[in-house]
Design a binder for this molecule. Structure first.
Ligand code: GAP
Length: 457
């Protein structure tokens, strides 16, 4: 299947089956925003829960925080975001539409990662590069991507705040609170999941480049004298293993190390995992060695002591930090595009989402074979209620015939369909049901009493 067709098929499925809708759709939308529907919200929650389980619950010395999205403007002055969280912007001189200059240059085979805006302007002019509409382009300018807002009744500059462009700073400003309240020993990590906002010049590729996004980030603090190279590789492996556990195959991931010239000046090493999305191989996760830059800057601007007391050497040190990060929306898209399959031909053709069972929005669907037979419906309802109470992710489905139900459940990635038929009610097979498995479309009979252990396994 062509990549473009695959992406269109996935976007259409997302809307048709309640995974993802355009933001503010009935008003014509708002670029760079999407809403997660009933099944999309469940899938997103399951991915988020799996990340928290892996990196917080199943790990030692990891602490979760949930900081406010609005922060004191000095946070962003201290980190340099106010001056330098910028993208290069260029205008189409006829339509006045704006584009990312580095993306346009990339499309013409120019790596603009290390260029100044003046250098980008010069290359655009020398090569006669035009806008996608074929018009002349203006000079490249810097565009700050933070979304500013006013907090409180005052309208002056002291009321300015920003919708956070990354969750990371909510962690750094709480470093001292976590140290004081939890008394962790180095190395330890602070994790956060939450919304971030970026005024992207050209949001695109469905939920890949958004203006309102969700991040899952960890700041892993370690002693500045501790060797970090092995730890860095270990975090890369952890990121890869977690992605594999949610159905993102490792062979579709490519490690990209930022060259020295393109990394933030304070970073010792930065490696992204790029993923083979249908629209190109693009960044999914990041891992950066941020040194003591953030704690150092916040200590300077807040005049607070943000150190750690090394009991052994009896000295105060400023820990260094490794930062593994991943966008939840991008993880969602990687899971979705990895799970999407079209199998068979003609009448036997089916679209199926092969989600791993623990993240599928619906674990099982329960159906009476025929919905006009009260005795089947009553028994099916009874089984549905008890499974629903135990597993939550259970759907009642009595739409159309059984074949169509299976197709519809395949399309939303439900691993098991349980059907209550006449054999459930009498004879040797009494109190057994048909369980149809999504992955190979095979069916088995299972005693009702064994359903919970079957679904758990
Ligand atoms: N704290 C470090 C940081 O924010 P980043 O590479 O700018 O680093 C981290 O962002 C992750 O957030 C990326 O790897 C990506 O998965 C996700 N992300 C960044 N910008 C995004 C956007 N506009 N839309 C969706 N996800 C985005």
């Amino acid at each position: 299947m062509e990549s473009k067709d695959k992406m269109e098929a996935i976007i259409s499925l997302c809307k048709r089956r309640g995974f993802v809708f355009q933001g503010s759709e009935i008003y014509g939308g708002l670029a760079g925003t999407y809403d997660y529907g009933p099944l999309g919200s469940l899938l997103k929650n399951n991915i988020r829960d799996s990340w928290v389980k892996t990196f917080v619950h199943d790990a030692e010395n990891m602490f979760l925080v949930d900081a406010a999205i609005l922060m004191n403007q000095r946070v962003w002055q201290a980190t340099g975001h106010v001056d330098s969280f910028i993208d290069p912007l260029v205008d189409d001189l006829v339509t006045k539409k704006r584009y990312r200059a580095d993306h346009l240059l990339e499309e013409h085979g120019v790596d603009a990662n290390v260029m100044t805006v003046e250098e980008m302007t010069a290359v655009i002019q020398e090569r006669g590069i035009k806008s996608p509409e074929g018009n002349a382009l203006g000079a490249v300018r810097k565009f700050n991507m933070m979304l500013a807002t006013k907090v409180g009744a005052m309208e002056d500059s002291s009321a300015t705040s920003y919708l956070r462009p990354e969750t990371a700073q909510g962690i750094f400003v709480n470093y001292k609170n976590v140290l004081d309240s939890m008394s962790p020993k180095l190395p330890f990590g602070i994790a956060q999941v939450g919304k971030a906002f970026r005024n992207e010049i050209t949001p695109r590729d469905f939920i890949f480049r958004l203006r309102e996004l969700e991040q899952m980030e960890i700041e892993y603090f370690f002693h500045p004298e501790e060797p970090w190279e092995e730890m860095f590789d270990m975090w890369l492996e952890r990121q890869k293993a977690w992605l594999a556990s949610i159905g993102v195959p490792s062979e579709k991931l490519h490690a990209y190390e930022h060259p020295g010239t393109a990394r933030a000046f304070y970073s010792k090493k930065t490696v992204d995992f790029e993923f083979e999305f249908p629209f190109g191989t693009k960044e999914l996760t990041g891992l950066a060695h941020r040194t003591d830059y953030d704690l150092g800057k916040h200590a300077e601007w807040s005049t607070q002591k943000l150190t750690y007391f090394d009991e052994e050497k009896k000295v105060h040190v400023v820990p260094h930090v490794l930062e593994p990060t991943v966008g939840l929306d991008r993880a969602f898209l990687a899971v979705l595009t990895s799970a999407y399959k079209e199998e068979g031909e003609g009448e036997n053709m089916r679209t199926v989402l092969m989600f791993p069972k623990h993240i599928a929005p619906v674990l099982c669907a329960v159906s009476p074979l025929l919905k006009n037979k009260p005795e089947l419906v009553a028994k099916a309802r009874e089984i549905y209620s008890s499974l629903k109470k135990e597993f939550g992710r259970v759907m009642w489905d009595d739409n159309s015939n059984i074949g169509k139900r299976y197709r519809r459940q395949d399309e939303i990635g439900t691993p098991f369909c349980i059907t209550i038929d006449f054999e459930t009610l009498e004879g040797d097979t009494k109190d057994t049901v048909t369980v149809r498995k999504r992955d190979d479309a095979t069916q088995t009979r299972i005693p009702i009493s064994e359903l919970p252990s079957f679904l758990k396994s």
